[in-house]
Write a protein that binds this ligand. Structure first.
Ligand code: EPU
Length: 319
């Protein structure tokens, strides 16, 4: 990978790009687990045209780039990454509006704001997203979800796919498209649009009473407070729940007596075994070693391969 220290590249970019350009920005500041080295360029496009200008420039200059959301499900190498990270959080990407029961939300809208907006409009159906850290862009990309606390069967998962009507995307060459839900291959923790940038989405909700919506939000929030790691920096659930068994990844890791196991400052949470916490100065290598240790132990004990849910970015590859 080449480095982008070249002043000419920065000057040329500034000529076509209106948004903020930061150099050597530490991604530890942009990930919930507070781990991540500097990227050469960190860009905040003003709007869609500006995003297109950035990616056309980067493609031409042969500079790898990634889109970063709120960094809640992201584990980044602490080495220098000679890439550009693009964050969609300027005002343009914060727009949210509604027409009848359909809510439009741009990629940078936080899930907390989305859930509160819907509540204030008397629209029900997004309460299960309460307490999930992240943005609309990241949530659609990962098909974020939670266990359905109402169905009586915790095996049922509510996912953002359930309420999605259509998604606006840009491909890696800058072409725009709106894709209807029937053409999106949503699955557990994926929307199948890996080659696209999520710009915005439309969601169908149903009329509800604000007080009831609020109570339901509290149910989901309280469940998170009781069962999940909220104090120490972490990247959410590290592994997907395995399809091969009904036992969750967290329960398997717990049953393997791994809670509390630490490598340096990276430790398996005592509260929920599928969370790795950063107790202070955990390094990328320590978290990766812990991930491998968990995978090996669970494989040896239960013959089950745990697949990471977190996105991992390092010099070898950007997932
Ligand atoms: N469990 C244990 N020990 C633990 C953790 C969990 O025995 O240390 C048991 C629980 O008691 C429960 C079962 O495992 O019987 C499932 O646990 P939980 O209800 O916490 O659900 P989960 O499958 O671990 C999923 C999502 C979470 C989401 C929660 C709540 C995945 C990988 N995780 O967790 O999503 O918040 O349901 O709805 O699908 C995320 O994806 O980053 C995430 C946090």
């Amino acid at each position: 990978m080449k480095t982008i220290s070249n002043i000419k590249i920065q000057e040329d970019l500034a000529r076509v790009f209106k948004g903020r350009i930061r150099l050597n920005e530490s991604l530890a500041e942009h990930t919930y687990i507070k781990i991540g080295g500097p990227v050469d360029l960190f860009l905040n496009p003003e709007d869609i045209a500006d995003l297109r200008a950035a990616i056309e420039f980067l493609n031409k200059a042969d500079i790898p780039w990634v889109i970063i959301g709120k960094g809640s499900n992201l584990l980044v190498s602490d080495q220098v990454l000679p890439i550009a990270a693009i964050e969609l959080n300027n005002d343009f990407f914060q727009q949210i509006s509604k027409r009848d029961n359909i809510v439009y939300a741009a990629a940078g809208v936080s899930l907390a704001r989305f859930v509160n907006f819907n509540k204030s409009q008397g629209l029900a159906g997004s309460e299960f997203l309460a307490g999930i850290p992240g943005s609309i862009g990241g949530a659609v990309f990962m098909n974020a979800g939670a266990r359905d606390l109402y169905s009586g069967s915790l095996e049922k998962i509510c996912s953002i796919a359930d309420i999605t009507v259509k998604v606006q995307v840009m491909d890696k060459q800058g072409n725009l498209r709106i894709i209807n839900k029937k053409d999106i291959k949503f699955s557990y923790r994926s929307c199948g649009l890996d080659e696209q940038i999520i710009l915005a989405a439309w969601f169908e909700l149903k009329p509800g009473v604000e007080q009831k919506i609020d109570l339901d939000i509290q149910v989901f929030l309280n469940n998170k407070i009781k069962t999940q790691e909220l104090c120490l920096p972490n990247a959410g659930c590290i592994f997907k729940n395995p399809a091969a068994t009904k036992v969750s990844a967290g329960a398997l890791i717990d049953q393997a007596s791994l809670k509390g196991l630490a490598i340096g400052d990276a430790a398996i949470s005592f509260i929920h075994a599928n969370f790795i916490v950063n107790k202070g100065n955990a390094s990328f290598a320590q978290v990766k070693s812990l991930i491998v240790k968990i995978q090996e132990t669970v494989k040896n004990k239960y013959s089950i391969c745990l697949e990471p849910e977190v996105k991992i970015w390092d010099r070898e590859g950007l997932e």
